[in-house]
Design a protein around this ligand. Structure first.
Ligand code: GLU
Length: 445
């Protein structure tokens, strides 16, 4: 049995009933096969055995009281996966589907993603099975305060720096930061995605969506094409999807879909800047459902479906894991899709990734294509450490540069170790090499 298969077998025994974690691990480890032929020192140092076991897993009780006085208990998590490249770094997800498997897959992916950004950040993820949907602001605040009352003892600007993810945006980061500052009596950059008045960075809200479009642009430029005039499908309607649409509009492309867990809307005319403004108000302030777009603008809403049947040239899955299945990939390919850039984490199932690559669809995996969010969090940390603030143009210029460098590193690793154009394998290898070499440097810890 190969080294990779051997480690995967041990992992299966040890991580039973953790399908998302095993899915993420299998994709990464199998991509690394060609590396071990060239670098036997990694196997000798048991790099994979060490790298697939989180450094620390924290699980805690989060009790809180709702507006009617009823007591609820949620489960909180922080998976500190690897700190070999820098302080643990990664978002917090508040969603009813959150469990240990999902937290571990996200923390594992984050380790390689953060490595690809070229910034000094380790990998982590956290969150809770709390569902912010339908909760009042006061309920969300009390939940965040209770969550942080425990989390604060495990984080800090040089230890672990959480941020947002699904269900955790500006409002939640505000409540979490307030409680952190109160308990620790420290005003530090222990969280990113902060408000602009209290240590946040310009472009952080936009960064994941902008970065995904920059990455798609790089892939298209690589084959002599451009994003201009392309018809694009986008799934999701949260932070990542919103700023993906904004950047597509800026660059002269046309985004025609948005979705949420109940269904999707198709607007063949394109989601114009004015319509996008309306969506932002709907989602970020009123916290409504995307179905309302159909009524407002007279377009069709497809309940219970995802937007992959809509013909497009570029697809941006920006909702959640495993939202593009094999049948969806076949439909996208049959409809002439040229490129897929993952704004979400692991939105494409392994068989669908294989189908895209076989059909020579340019496939930008999440750990490369959506790394702009955490990269800009890294830039927020730098600004906090220097106690200064860069302009919008300065942060955007750095983000653009980082996405360009990620594309280059990914394309080069693909060509060197596997096959040109396989960005899935390229991103896994490029992210891994830096982590593995640093582990060799730092000894058995
Ligand atoms: N949750 C985002 C991600 O998946 C951002 C994490 C961060 O900014 O730390 O990369």
């Amino acid at each position: 049995m190969s080294y990779v298969q051997d480690v995967l077998e041990t992992m299966r025994q040890r991580n039973q009933r953790q399908p998302e974690f095993m899915q993420a691990a299998q994709i990464v480890l199998e991509s690394l096969e060609p590396v071990f032929d060239v670098h036997p020192e990694y196997q000798e140092a048991s790099i994979l055995e060490r790298l697939t076991e989180a450094e620390r897993t924290i699980i805690f009780r989060v009790p809180w009281v709702d507006d009617s006085g009823k007591i609820h208990v949620n489960r909180g998590y922080r998976i500190q996966f690897s700190s070999v490249l820098g302080p643990y770094k990664g978002g917090l997800r508040f969603h009813p589907t959150v469990n240990l498997s999902i937290m571990k897959f996200l923390a594992f992916e984050q380790t390689f993603k953060n490595s690809l950004t070229g910034l000094p950040m380790g990998g982590a993820k956290g969150g809770s099975d709390f569902d912010p949907k339908g909760k009042s602001d006061s309920e969300v605040m009390r939940f965040c305060q209770s969550f942080m009352t425990e989390l604060q003892r495990h984080i800090g600007p040089d230890t672990d720096v959480p941020a947002g993810d699904i269900g955790v945006g500006g409002r939640e980061i505000g409540y979490l930061f307030g409680q952190y500052r109160r308990i620790r009596n420290h005003f530090t950059g222990a969280l990113t995605g902060k408000g602009l008045n209290w240590g946040g960075s310009l472009v952080r809200p936009e960064a994941t969506g902008f970065g995904a479009v920059y990455f798609a642009q790089e892939m298209l430029h690589g084959v002599g094409d451009t994003i201009e005039d392309k018809v694009c499908t986008v799934s999701g309607s949260g932070n990542v999807a919103q700023y993906t649409v904004q950047k597509l509009n800026d660059l002269g492309a046309k985004a025609v879909t948005l979705s949420d867990s109940s269904g999707y809307i198709h607007d063949p005319e394109g989601i114009s800047p004015e319509k996008l403004q309306w969506v932002m108000e709907l989602k970020n302030v009123k916290r409504g459902r995307i179905e309302e777009y159909a009524q407002e603008f007279g377009v069709t809403y497809y309940p219970g479906e995802r937007p992959w049947k809509v013909p497009c040239q570029v697809a941006f899955p920006c909702a959640t894991q495993n939202e593009v299945e094999l049948e969806d990939a076949k439909t996208l390919i049959a409809n002439g899709c040229l490129a897929v850039a993952e704004g979400a984490n692991m939105p494409t199932v392994p068989e669908a990734i294989d189908a895209f690559i076989k059909a020579t669809v340019l496939f930008g995996p999440g750990k490369a294509a959506n790394a702009g969010g955490v990269a800009t969090s890294g830039l927020e940390m730098s600004q906090n450490a220097m106690r200064l603030k860069w302009t919008f143009e300065e942060v955007d210029r750095r983000l653009h540069r980082i996405m360009h460098d990620i594309y280059r590193a990914t394309a080069e690793a693909a060509q060197r170790y596997h096959e040109a154009g396989n960005f899935e394998v390229g991103a896994n290898i490029a992210g891994f090499l830096k982590v593995a070499d640093s582990m060799l440097d730092q000894g058995v810890v």
